[in-house]
Design a protein. Structure first.
Length: 311
């Protein structure tokens, strides 16, 4: 319960809030009150007695309302707790799909602030969806887990979960989501300097995209990323062979800015000319902005040239 001073402080804060913010604050507070009321009623239902498990049916309805009220209030831990209780009700009623959905909702709610709990309940959801045979949902929530680890900078574990998501998506023939996860793995691998792994994925996706009219434009993007990883390895023969392979894979590639950039970078690397390398990068960047990954890879190539001066 708020003290008198707290109430006065709240009034002072509200006095300075813009009207829209004040309305939002009060709406959230109303939803929290509703959620707590639904939760209290659900607890009473579960503590009571009834025929044929009706108390769990009734409690489940109230818990779902409580969880959704907490979500509307953006009270994420409370929403997660309510969804966990909801899963418990569905478990009593032997409703596996509903249990899985409730665990997933709990995990997504906890994901906002409580990552450990999020991973636990998303993992529980994946186990049940796998048992049911809904591999698309397994992939979706493995991807969510991977994103949590990525945010925590646990990159190795994130890659493991992205790989698991790919496996599930491919079992369900959900190729678009599988591709998204593969590109994540390639990006993270490149950031971790695991270049052969990144190159393999980028080249595979470029090859698949070259044979699909809807994705043909993306071929140059994937080949550029693969080529930059090749440059980071610093093997001039491998770079030359890769460029020839990319021309065979996509005959139009040799006429693109991406191809020109890779050729110019390869020449600069061969000449150990860092200034020329950065000129080529800046010329490309003036037309198509380099993203964070490509900038990082280019700086690593430049650093390798500087290192060669010191040895």
């Amino acid at each position: 319960m708020a003290t008198g001073n707290q109430g006065e402080d709240d009034e002072e804060i509200e006095r300075w809030l813009p009207p829209e913010a004040l309305l939002l604050k009060r709406a959230k507070e109303d939803q929290i009150v509703k959620g707590e009321d639904y939760l209290e009623r659900a607890d009473k239902k579960m503590d009571g007695w009834s025929f044929f498990g009706n108390k769990y049916n009734d409690a489940a309805e109230l818990l779902e309302k409580a969880a959704n009220s907490f979500k509307l209030a953006m009270s994420w831990d409370e929403a997660g707790d309510a969804f966990v209780k909801l899963a418990g009700c569905h478990l009593k009623l032997n409703r596996k799909l509903e249990v899985a959905n409730a665990y997933a909702e709990a995990g997504l709610s906890y994901k906002k602030y409580n990552r450990k709990e999020a991973v636990e309940y998303l993992g529980k959801a994946v186990e049940i969806f796998a048992d049911i045979g809904d591999f698309s949902m397994c992939g979706r929530y493995c991807k969510e887990i991977a994103e949590i680890y990525e945010q925590r900078q646990d990159i190795g574990i994130a890659i493991q979960h992205y790989n698991t998501a790919v496996d599930y998506f491919e079992r369900q023939n959900v190729s678009t989501f599988a591709k998204q996860c593969k590109l994540k793995i390639a990006k993270l691998s490149a950031e971790m300097e695991e270049y052969p792994k990144a190159i393999k994925i980028y080249e595979e996706i470029a090859c698949l995209s070259a044979n699909n009219n809807s994705f043909k434009y993306g071929v140059r993007e994937h080949l550029l990323n693969a080529g930059l990883c090749q440059l980071c390895l610093g093997d001039n023969v491998a770079i030359k062979n890769a460029l020839e392979k990319y021309e065979d894979l996509d005959p139009t590639f040799s006429g693109t800015q991406e191809y020109k950039l890779l050729v110019d970078l390869a020449v600069s690397l061969g000449e150990k000319n860092a200034a020329k390398l950065m000129d080529a990068a800046n010329e490309y960047d003036s037309v198509t902005q380099l993203d964070a990954l490509r900038t990082t890879l280019l700086l690593r190539v430049r650093e390798s040239i500087y290192q060669s001066y010191r040895t």
